[in-house]
Design a protein around this ligand. Structure first.
Ligand SMILES: *[C@@H]1O[C@H](CO)[C@@H](O)[C@H](O)[C@H]1NC(C)=O
Ligand SMILES: *[C@@H]1O[C@H](CO)[C@@H](O)[C@H](O)[C@H]1NC(C)=O
Ligand SMILES: *[C@@H]1O[C@H](CO)[C@@H](O)[C@H](O)[C@H]1NC(C)=O
Ligand SMILES: *[C@@H]1O[C@H](CO)[C@@H](O)[C@H](O)[C@H]1NC(C)=O
Ligand SMILES: *[C@@H]1O[C@H](CO)[C@@H](O)[C@H](O)[C@H]1NC(C)=O
Length: 604
């Protein structure tokens, strides 16, 4: 029997079995994931993974025992190689409501789904740092809670995250002493400052060192008006055209609305959310009066079928979803507690996150920057959270005694001899613009973004003898020191006489390293070849459509853009489909407020 009621009971029984009391935290060993179905591990250098649910509802102790309260899912991959010191980075995708498996399988993580086969790639951030992918707020990805306990405010998301962290450190206490970073993308531009602020306030851990946000949605006041400027710079809007006039009047109306909000920095403003669609209009292709193609709003180098416009991209997502919904995969990840299975983006979680009281994360940045480093990075081909808006927010931000970047020079950044982007740091804030990269920058070039995060984390490159961190790179005149094997040093020691066993060992290690450097280079060329091949393939139309639309802070509801309205309508229908399915299992609070959240446009 699989009525919704029995599913509900199964979920709550599973939960109470696993965690009879909120403080009943399972041991680390119970989270160990030896491997994943279909994954061919490198025996020399396997992924060491831990995954499962951690209770994350700070009010759990006071709830009736039948309540299904928040269980946050994480997947941790331990650093595979040694460097100067240990580091740990927690990664978050956006939405709200999108799973951090996007990060694991498409971006900062070492795994990719190529042609339906799970593979390990070079450039995963787990190579030199432990990385933890967190599905939050509860309800997202494999995380679960009853729907009437979904999070409505960023402040509440941060409270639940802190409860997750407290319990995480009970299981893995050693990481409380390790240099800690937060990273993520898109709507995580809201989460990450909130989480960092709470961590700094609680002193948990005392070792928080920095946060990195990619194409973040951080500052509505600067980011909505930036659509027009980005469109002008990147050929989506032609100055003086009728399309320009239309976009300009939308933007001016938006700015007027934003000016009226004086009490706080808004997370979003419904009167501004149509600008994106209007800017993108110029790329619509028509066949007999019907729109058939449109620009991919996450990568303007690409076109997509209408009305998806990027929402079913990257196309690996269909296979990823199928994989993560498999019973054997769910079991291997210790995620069976999520009775409804994995979806990429949960629209009910998205809809619940209304932020009627929380201010936008930009308001928190100055006090975070007093204590830790912040890196804002942006793939320059993304429209939805574009770099022009990020630059505008930096120019308007006052931190550590000054407004904007000040007199510092922006420098060119190269990786492996190719221009990778621009780099600038001022008073603990680093801004990196990444060339030829989308909203999901690590998807486009994992080795480039890996170099970026290693630099941001201050990895001592001189001490690295192994792996992809040896790929040459530079920021301005600051050239990455490259480990020079003994046999390639300018003045070799005279002859072979009198060598200690240690010297002998060093010599053989040096030969080994020279060999592996050549191998790494070969692999890089191969990877680049495969990348381009896949990229060309990915432009072909695929018939699979993602089951679940990504949700975002942005919504288009103005009637004059038929295209995006229809597309958004598709998202809404799915949203309602999901929510009503779940309503039978749990009660959905605040369903009246749903009307405010028509037509989500996907963001990750
Ligand atoms: C999805 O997996 C199938 C094999 O199961 C493969 O043929 C197909 O190319 C994959 N799709 C993408 C977009 O990688
Ligand atoms: C255009 O859309 C209309 C209404 O949806 C449909 O009936 C018609 O077949 C479409 N034309 C083409 C060429 O696709
Ligand atoms: C930057 O961060 C450090 C801590 O990492 C702090 O001591 C310093 O005051 C901050 N401010 C400036 C202007 O560097
Ligand atoms: C960016 O991509 C374009 C076209 O794909 C190419 O012509 C250009 O050289 C690339 N630039 C960099 C810096 O890689
Ligand atoms: C970096 O590592 C090298 C080689 O181990 C060491 O000599 C150097 O002192 C380190 N630099 C810093 C700043 O720790």
């Amino acid at each position: 029997m699989s009525s919704p009621v029995s599913l509900f009971l199964t979920a709550s029984l599973a939960a109470s079995r696993a965690f009879a009391a909120p403080q009943d935290i399972p041991p680390a060993a119970s989270f160990y994931v030896p491997t994943l179905p279909g994954l061919v591990q490198d025996e020399e250098n396997p992924l060491r993974m831990f995954a499962g649910h951690i209770p994350s509802d700070p009010d759990a102790a006071s709830l009736p025992s039948t309540t299904v309260y928040a269980h946050t899912f994480f997947l941790m991959i331990k650093a595979r190689r040694r460097v100067d010191k240990e580091r740990i980075l927690f990664w978050f995708n956006g939405g709200p409501g999108c799973s951090s498996f996007d990060g694991l399988l498409l971006e900062s993580g070492p795994l990719r789904m190529k042609d339906g086969i799970l593979q390990v790639i070079e450039g995963g951030w787990d190579e030199y740092s432990t990385i933890v992918f967190v599905d939050q707020p509860p309800g997202t990805g494999y995380s679960y809670t009853s729907t009437n306990r979904y999070v409505h405010e960023l402040t509440e998301a941060a409270r639940q995250y802190m409860e997750f962290m407290r319990n995480f450190y009970k299981i893995f206490p050693e990481y409380q002493e390790v240099d800690t970073y937060l990273g993520g993308e898109s709507y995580a531009g809201q989460y990450i400052p909130y989480f960092a602020d709470s961590m700094l306030e609680a002193g948990l851990p005392r070792t928080l060192k920095g946060v990195a946000i990619g194409n973040g949605w951080i500052d509505a006041r600067r980011q909505y008006p930036a659509y027009l400027e980005y469109g002008l710079k990147h050929g989506l809007v032609e100055a003086g055209s009728d399309h320009y006039k239309k976009t300009k009047s939308e933007t001016d109306a938006c700015i007027e609305r934003l000016k009226k909000i004086k009490d706080k920095e808004p997370v979003k403003e419904s009167g501004c959310e149509n600008i994106l669609a209007v800017v993108a209009e110029s790329r619509n292709k028509m066949v007999e009066g019907n729109i058939t193609e449109c620009v991919n709003i996450y990568d303007i180098q690409l076109d997509d079928t209408y009305p998806a416009c990027g929402s079913d991209w990257p196309y690996e997502l269909a296979n990823i979803t199928e994989y993560l919904q498999r019973k054997d995969v769910t079991a291997a990840l210790h995620a069976t507690g999520k009775s409804t299975g994995w979806i990429e983006c949960d629209s009910a979680v998205h809809t619940a996150m209304m932020n009627q009281n929380s201010e936008s994360a930009v308001a928190l940045l100055p006090r975070i920057l007093e204590k830790v480093s912040v890196m804002l990075f942006a793939g320059d081909q993304d429209l939805i959270c574009n770099y022009v808006g990020i630059e505008a927010l930096i120019s308007a931000l006052t931190w550590n005694g000054e407004t904007g970047l000040g007199k510092v020079q922006t420098q060119s950044w190269t990786v492996d001899g190719t221009p990778a982007g621009t780099w600038v740091t001022s008073r603990n804030l680093t801004y990196v613009k990444i060339f030829n990269a989308s909203h999901m920058a690590p998807y486009d070039n994992p080795l480039v973004t890996h170099d970026m995060i290693l630099r941001f984390m201050g990895v001592n490159f001189s001490s690295i003898t192994d792996g992809s961190a040896r790929i040459p790179s530079s920021v301005g005149d600051d050239v990455k020191p490259v480990f020079v094997p003994e046999d390639q040093k300018p003045t070799p020691p005279p002859a072979n006489i009198g060598k200690t066993p240690e010297q002998d060992k060093a010599m053989w290690e040096a030969y080994y390293n020279a060999g592996s450097a050549a191998l790494v280079l070969l692999l890089i060329f191969l990877a680049i070849g495969v990348f381009f091949w896949c990229r060309i393939r990915s432009r072909r139309r695929v018939s699979q459509v993602r089951l679940e639309e990504e949700s975002i802070p942005l919504h288009s509801s103005v009637d004059d853009d038929e295209g995006f309205r229809q597309r958004a309508g598709k998202g809404k229908e799915r949203a309602l489909g999901d929510a009503s399915e779940r309503e039978e299992m749990f009660t959905v609070a605040d369903s009246d407020d749903e009307d405010e959240f028509k037509s989500p446009v996907p963001t990750r």
